[in-house]
Design a binder for this molecule. Sequence first.
Ligand code: SAM
Length: 238
Amino acid sequence: LYVEHPLGAGQSIPLTRDQAHYLFGVMRLGEGAAVLVFDGRNGEWLAEVSEAGKRGGTLVCREQTRPQQNPPDLWLLFAPIKKARTDFIVEKAAEMGAARICPVQTDFTNAERIRRDRLQAHAVEAAEQCGGTFVPEVAELARLDRVLADWPADRRLMFCDEALSGRASRLGAFFADQGARAAPWAILIGPEGGFSEAERARLAAMPQAVAVSLGPRILRADTAAVAALTLWQSTLGD
Ligand code: SAM
């Protein structure tokens, strides 16, 4: 169970209404029951239910069961699409071990705003589901040109481009070649309408950016995100 309250021996952890409903209503736990919790920073802890109510409750943190384990430093940048597909991308990125998930507004993205809190909740659920101790941060929606203007000098940007052809430009080949290099990485996936010429020119001029292909078929943006994350996870993931 993910809790926002920082964990440590003897800490009392207040439960939200939803957490109380899940633990006491759905899982039918009572006072004294053991629960494994994590806060995304201090590893996994064994906690005990000290108070169980319909609308809330309290856990007491006993001992650490696993140390904190953070994934390698991969960011996923993607242009938000339809709500359900955006939810899917965030969930899969969290499962696949992205460290940071950044929705970006591109020239051909319609999204004016996103529900960051909802997307963050999906990332939490995905982290709970895969038994990790880390929850990726979902960033606020930002314009791609602004994000690129502040791009860190040492972070490689894998710009997924369906217009590329040839096996040499495939992302899998790139990761396999560069496998030994411990650089921070990012993957950029465009919207349904693809990137504009201005965005392509901007990316081509960035020394950190590398245009890569995911194969000869044009994939839907959510498929492309999962394909790119899978290739990264299978070669460089931890
Ligand atoms: N507008 C484009 C078109 O119709 O030609 C298609 C955009 S595609 C649906 C959405 C995004 O997925 C692209 O911007 C790209 O980042 C990624 N993508 C899809 N297929 C890809 C491929 N074969 N190689 C690399 N990236 C791909």
